[in-house]
Design a protein around this ligand. Structure first.
Ligand code: 4AD
Ligand code: MG
Length: 468
């Protein structure tokens, strides 16, 4: 076969160089046709669209074409011609076809269209080859780009925080332990506790639940930073919005108060959504038509609205009034209660019909590092709540007073001796500062309109599920 530089299908379809010879490589979506002519729909992942390869059966011979079935991988040299079919700009008249790999129709699982998302999760190694997951993973890439650009344009520095850590940032005790100890032969001390001195790091370590604590150290030197990395939580929540391994973006800004923090969060999330509409429209339109007919409308809706800002206390009042009027919730509503997704979504979808930023939560239900308000009851927390998602961002102004911070940590049972380095920032040149965490997959749920978080990450990790 003649060697010709490969053109990606996304570029072939835009090309007007009719009459020239091109090479494309990709996976066969379908092959159909007659005794004389065969049509191959070829996809290489560069776009949701396939290029049509037109093949003269006589030229190649039926036997040669036989293994070119759904899932096979081929390389095609041919002439670019203007398509006569509707909706296609260019197609390729095949001159040479090389078969890289066949896919036996008897065993290749992606035969017909319209497999359920549940079934596709069981073949996560092949699902990127479907239109749906091609679209989702291209959007995932573009969203990651948007995030880096947003912060880079604003002078933030990308700061890499460790994945293995000896501290529990959220203090929720939901960490996955990291050890090289022999679990069949654990050494214990006289008190019966496990002796970690012989473990790899000489102490008990886990996978991080958040890069925030280290991010704060960086903000106290570089001014404005963000992290973007995997985080791990061993919470046994089998919901469409929880993963045991998810990606989080955590900006942290010196001298920002809660107001600037809210402003940043709103600008950030709108920037990402606008980026999606500007760069991923083909894929978003496909998902809109396939799964969620209101997706595009919802994305525009959020862009055009100022997020509503109110306190937790005001939010509880609204929920209590709703309950008095007959609204039922699975979980009780009272001042001090942690809000469940049903409460958050009631505020966003039913009451305000707009994204909401709730602030000033009771200190009992929030993490130790949040700045305490003068009322002695609440902390300067902020959660951004979104339609269909509930909480998409969690953040706060941080406690910058050494004594208040260490007292609060102690009250919450956070082992203060393990975070001496964190507390040190409040000893040496402390400053007001704020930050937040955006769950990357929750953002993707919103932008793709997918209903289950397992379908916006290539290889989901959830309870009893770590295949692939
Ligand atoms: O509200 P969270 O727990 O906040 C923090 O971790 C802070 N340290 C962030 C900060 O201030 N720097 O988590 C932040 C966000 C949530 O709003 C949610 O979007 C996402 O992370 N998230 C999850 N996403 C998927 N699966 C889970 N199990 C998640 N837990 C939190
Ligand atoms: Mg939270």
């Amino acid at each position: 076969m003649e060697t010709i530089v490969r053109t990606k299908i996304v570029d072939v379809l835009k090309s007007e160089a009719f009459g020239t010879t091109v090479n494309v490589k990709g996976w066969v979506r379908t092959r159909r046709g007659s005794k004389q002519i065969s049509f191959i729909a070829l996809n290489d992942g560069s776009t949701i669209k396939n290029v049509q390869i037109v093949v003269s059966v006589e030229d190649f011979g039926e036997e040669y074409l036989k293994p070119i079935t759904t899932g096979a991988c081929i390389s095609v040299n041919g002439t670019l011609v203007r398509s006569e079919g509707k909706g296609q700009e260019a197609e390729i008249q095949a001159r040479e076809i090389l078969i890289y790999g066949t896919a036996d129709p008897a065993t290749y699982p992606l035969q017909k269209k319209g497999h359920s998302l549940e079934f596709l999760r069981e073949i996560a190694h092949l699902r990127p080859r479907t239109n749906t997951f091609g679209a989702v993973f291209r959007i995932r890439h573009h969203m990651a780009m948007a995030i880096h650009r947003f912060f880079h344009e604003r002078g933030f520095f990308y700061f890499h925080t460790p994945v293995i850590t000896a501290s529990d940032c959220e203090g929720a005790g939901q960490m996955f332990q990291v050890t090289t100890m022999n679990l069949y032969d654990l050494k214990k001390d006289d008190g019966g506790s496990i002796d970690y001195t012989g473990d790899f790091f000489g102490k008990q370590t886990s996978l991080t639940v958040s890069g925030q604590l280290e991010g704060e150290l960086a903000a106290m030197a570089l001014g404005s930073i963000y992290t973007f990395g995997p985080t791990f939580r061993a919470e046994n929540s089998n919901t469409p919005r929880h993963l045991a391994e998810f990606w989080m973006i955590e900006p942290e800004v010196a001298f920002n108060g809660i107001e600037e923090n809210m402003q940043l969060a709103e600008e950030f999330i709108k920037y990402c959504i606008r980026w999606g509409l500007d760069h991923c429209m083909e894929d978003i339109r496909f998902l809109n038509d396939m799964y969620d007919k209101e997706l595009i409308e919802r994305l525009h809706f959020v862009l055009e609205r100022d997020f509503i800002r109110l306190t937790y206390t005001e939010g509880i009042k609204i929920l209590e009034e709703a309950v008095a009027k007959g609204q039922t919730f699975e979980f009780p509503v009272f001042w001090g209660a942690d809000l469940a997704s049903e409460h958050e979504r009631y505020l966003v979808e039913v009451h305000f019909k707009c994204p909401v930023i709730l602030t000033d939560y009771p200190k009992e239900i929030k993490s130790f590092y949040m700045k305490q308000n003068d009322d002695g009851k609440t902390v300067r927390a902020m959660d951004v709540l979104f339609p269909k998602i509930g909480e998409i961002i969690g953040g706060s102004q941080r406690e910058d007073d050494y004594d208040k911070l260490s007292d609060h940590a102690r009250e919450k049972g956070v082992p203060v001796k393990d975070i001496w380095w964190y507390l040190d920032t409040r000893k040496f040149g402390t400053a007001p500062h704020s930050g937040f965490g955006l769950g990357f997959e929750r953002l993707l749920l919103f932008v793709t309109g997918m209903g289950n978080i397992r379908d916006v990450i290539p290889f989901p990790r959830t309870p009893n599920n770590a295949g692939f």
